[in-house]
Design a protein around this ligand. Structure first.
Ligand code: NAD
Ligand code: ZN
Length: 362
């Protein structure tokens, strides 16, 4: 058993508290990881607010982490102690029908079909003050050590800087893949991206990499525009500065609506606005943002009747164990600029400050 520091959420709506926890050794088929770096994604905030489906407290959040294998359980063959890895909040078991289907990346061992509050044997490896602490999406990266099933780690190039490539564990891969894989943006097309957080800015990078000729970035926080432009946005719009609804503004700007629109804010109104912003016939709208669990959207079906497509994306459509190591290699070859997504680097003890910066739009 390893004793180390972890950020525990004891109940919804409270700040994290840094505690000493015990992390049990990996059982058969599991891997224990020493975390080196973790990002903060808005999904962790949904969890802290109690809005993530099926979450249970107390829990150690975090799902965008990179580290080094510390030890392996019986039967683990794909990694060994000392390997650099990225944790996978969407695993790839390689055996379920979705893993075997080349068109899907949604492993059935993911949280919507299999509980990820506990490890597959329905026990936890974390205890604190004599209490069992839940895992989050199996990975729980807000801990100095964590234990995960082997299908939730991807071995990466040992040259990769873990404090940068940890973002490939969620935000970057989601946004970039939403453009490249889910929408399959074509060269010369027009795109609109709603929300310029880690996910939305990565969508901008994906649209640019796919050869889009116009990328319109939309956010209510104008402080996000400089970075969006640096990453490839051609126009930036604040819907609060517009006299008309944003979907009408975008339709006028482009004549008939954009070819591809992306939602990366997690709000119901923006989901509808993004859908209505892509053209009525061949437009494709990809929803990456997550609504609070239990929310619903009401929709005028004529938005879809003429042929528009409305799609969701789970981690940008990448088959995670196969593709994330390749994305790491592309990063090392400087095919995209991940470093621009990093606004602040904080020591682990300041994790609550990180959430304050996220909530403040910084
Ligand atoms: P973030 O909070 O960093 O960014 C959200 C951005 O949206 C902010 O810049 C904010 O100013 C902007 N925004 C808010 N309201 C807006 C509005 N009405 N119009 C335009 N812009 C608005 O969040 P993030 O970490 O980039 O995550 C974005 C969303 O994606 C979250 O809902 C998150 O839960 C979800 N997410 C989904 C997946 C997936 O696999 N589908 C993966 C990661 C994150
Ligand atoms: Zn995330």
């Amino acid at each position: 058993v390893i004793r180390c520091k972890a950020a525990v959420a004891w109940a919804a709506g409270h700040p994290l508290s840094i505690e000493e926890v015990e992390v049990a050794p990996p059982k058969a088929g599991e891997v224990r990881i020493k975390l080196v770096a973790t990002g903060i994604c808005r999904t962790d905030d949904h969890l802290l607010q109690g809005c993530f489906p099926n979450a249970e407290f107390p829990v150690i959040p975090g799902h965008e982490g990179a580290g080094i294998v510390e030890s392996i359980g019986e039967g683990v063959t794909s990694v060994k102690p000392g390997d650099k890895i990225i944790l996978l909040c969407l695993p790839q078991c390689g055996e379920c029908s979705f893993c075997l289907n080349p068109e899907s990346n949604f492993c059935q061992k993911s949280h919507l079909s299999e509980q990820q509050n506990l490890l597959p044997d329905k026990t936890t490896r974390f205890t604190c003050k004599g209490k069992q602490i839940h895992h989050f999406l199996w990975v729980s990266t807000f801990s100095e050590y964590t234990v995960v099933p082997e299908c939730a780690v991807a071995k990466i190039d040992p040259a990769a800087p873990l404090d940068k490539v940890c973002l490939l564990g969620c935000g970057f891969s989601t946004g970039y893949g939403a453009a490249i894989n889910t929408a399959q943006v074509k060269p010369g097309s027009t795109c609109a991206v709603f929300g310029l957080g880690g996910v939305g800015l990565s969508v901008v990078m994906g649209c640019k990499a796919a050869g889009a000729s116009r990328i319109i970035a939309v956010d209510i926080n104008k402080d996000k525009f400089a970075k969006a432009k640096e990453l490839g946005a051609t126009d930036c719009i604040n819907p609060r500065d517009c006299k008309k609804p944003i979907q009408e503004v975008l339709t006028e700007m482009t004549g008939q609506g954009v070819d591809y629109s992306f939602e990366a804010t997690g709000h119901a109104e923006t989901m509808i606005a993004a859908l209505a912003s892509c053209n009525i016939s061949t437009g494709i709208c990809v929803m990456a943002g997550e609504l609070d669990s239990g929310s619903e959207i009401s929709l005028d079906p004529t938005l879809l009747l003429i042929g528009r497509t409305w799609k969701g994306t789970a981690l940008g459509g990448w088959k995670t164990r196969d593709c994330i190591p390749r994305l790491v290699s592309s990063y090392l070859e400087k095919k995209f600029n991940l470093d621009l997504l990093i606004t602040h680097t904080l020591p682990f003890a300041k994790v609550n400050e990180g959430f304050e910066l996220l909530r403040a739009g910084k």
